[in-house]
Design a protein around this ligand. Structure first.
Ligand SMILES: [Cu+2]
Length: 77
């Protein structure tokens, strides 16, 4: 299975720097999953810098052979 990259939009529900992970109430992610609230592992804790609960974000999630991970997070204006 190859690694595929997807774009998501959602609202931050919680931050877990120790995971590191982020819980997002996200909309449909086309080709990957329907809308839901869930926690994603993030590739690096620095991705959580400047992000707060209730922020609206754009994010990138990669679905690889072993794990699904968020690789980029951008706060919406
Ligand atoms: Cu989900």
């Amino acid at each position: 299975m190859q690694t595929n990259s997807y774009h998501g939009v959602g609202v931050v529900k919680s931050l877990n720097p120790k995971g590191p992970a982020i819980e997002i109430d996200h909309g449909d992610i086309e080709g990957l999953m329907p809308a839901m609230q869930m926690e994603f592992p993030v590739t690096d804790v620095s991705l959580l810098n400047g992000i707060a609960v209730n922020d609206r974000i754009d994010f990138t999630v990669e679905n690889g052979p072993s794990e699904m991970k968020v690789t980029a997070i951008k706060k919406k204006d």
